[in-house]
Write a protein that binds this ligand. Structure first.
Ligand code: SR1
Ligand code: MG
Length: 394
């Protein structure tokens, strides 16, 4: 369906977003619509359209043909909007309580129209402001157990999985991750961005062959291990939360990759809170423990009930798989810690520390913890050991 009777992509504005919502019959014909552009991410436009009369609202998200965070000099595929809409629809089937509903999507206009989650807060912002989300870690563990299991060769027929692998080939967004997470921070690359006070620490990283070898192996895993359909960018800015609800948004980086990548991003992004605010450390450690324990319990339940692989009952197989996921999770968490500290896209948890010397100290701790998780991932055997390694670094 070509929107607004046009065949070619055009960037929406507040007026055309409202017009589109009307054309899609998302509101009553007498609705009085107000629209605001509320996008604060790195890549897309996000419009909230609300009917003043009924209070009903929807979100219209449109991919821009470039990376908003950098500008038009960094062109970016519009195909990511289709990937995102398709991933949201699939994840909604697999974990309905944790994913917003998609009402409409259009590939030409790179548009996804979806449920408005404005009654919730972006978890990163809320956590920074001291909000507490008691169920967020349990929900994230359940969400990932379901999406990672049911898109893998354990939870879907290998022939169907191969169709999904094809559908979610996402080379341009994967390249962003390959560069910004796995490569650039480990070299003196132009995309890096960090305070001068960190230069000596960063130079140590660039010269550390041991860390670089392990980062190379993690990058190789990301490039080659098509284990399951990943969200691909599961930081706390991709999570809406309240005390009772959790919704996972923005899977435009979705592709078939190693399970530990999504798991590691969740853990690293929780860790930014522990690193930036001492008084929150115990609560964050408890979330990380709950996240991992929920993930493994739910994943094990799905394995017992729904695994189609004839080898699934073989003694020790599940344990080996979970052990591998844990090792990868630890390493990928380390990469995320490093790239959000000295790479292109930072996090407000660290950058928002207004006291310069405290901010630099926090960032040095983050870099050192990141390195440790990368190089020691074979030795860190379980979630308690991971947490005690974190504690030693803070
Ligand atoms: C150019 S995009 C930079 C970052 O923003 C996205 O949310 C991803 O995390 C990406 O790495
Ligand atoms: Mg995003």
């Amino acid at each position: 369906m070509a929107l607004l009777q046009q065949q070619n992509y055009e960037t929406l504005n507040e007026a055309s977003a409202a017009e589109l919502a009307k054309k899609l019959n998302l509101f009553h014909k007498d609705a009085e619509l107000t629209t605001a552009e509320i996008g604060d991410g790195n890549l897309n436009l996000v419009f909230r359209v609300e009917d003043r009369l009924s209070g009903r609202s929807v979100i219209i998200k449109q991919a821009l043909p470039y990376a908003k965070v950098v500008g038009e000099s960094w062109p970016l595929t519009l195909k990511r909007a289709k990937i995102e809409a398709d991933a949201l629809k699939l994840f909604k089937e697999l974990a309905p309580e944790f994913v917003p509903e998609v009402y409409f999507s259009d590939e030409t206009f790179a548009i996804t129209v979806m449920e408005d989650l404005s009654h919730l807060s972006i978890a990163r912002k809320g956590l920074i402001q001291g909000e507490e989300y008691p169920l967020i870690s349990k929900h994230l563990g359940e969400y990932l157990a379901k999406t990672l299991f049911f898109t893998s060769d354990f939870g879907t027929k290998p022939s169907d999985k191969k169709e999904l692998v094809k559908k979610f080939i996402n080379p341009e967004l994967c390249k962003i991750t390959e560069d910004l997470i796995f490569t650039d921070p480990f070299f003196d690359s132009e995309t890096n961005s960090f305070e001068e006070e960190l230069r000596d620490e960063v130079k140590k990283l660039w010269a550390d062959e041991k860390v670089k070898l392990e980062a190379a192996l993690l990058k190789q895993s990301f490039l080659t291990e098509a284990e399951c359909l990943l969200h691909g960018d599961l930081h706390t800015g991709s999570v809406f939360a309240s005390k009772t609800e959790t919704k996972i948004i923005d899977p435009e980086f979705a592709f078939y990759g190693p399970a530990g990548f999504d798991l590691g991003q969740v853990i690293a992004n929780l860790l930014f809170q522990a690193i930036s605010c001492e008084s929150k450390q115990e609560s964050i450690f408890s979330h990380i423990r709950t996240f991992w324990e929920t993930f493994t319990a739910e994943y094990s339940r799905l394995w017992a009930d729904s695994n189609m692989e004839p080898y699934s009952k073989t003694e020790g197989y599940l344990e080996k798989v979970l052990k591998k996921y844990f090792k990868d999770t630890t390493g990928f968490a380390g990469c995320e810690l490093i790239r959000r500290t000295i790479g292109l896209a930072h996090v407000a948890d660290l950058d928002g520390i207004s006291d310069q010397s405290k901010r630099i100290t926090a960032k040095i701790k983050t870099l050192n913890l990141g390195k440790k998780l990368i190089v020691s991932r074979e030795q860190i055997g379980n979630i308690d050991e991971l947490i005690s390694n974190v504690k030693d670094s803070l």
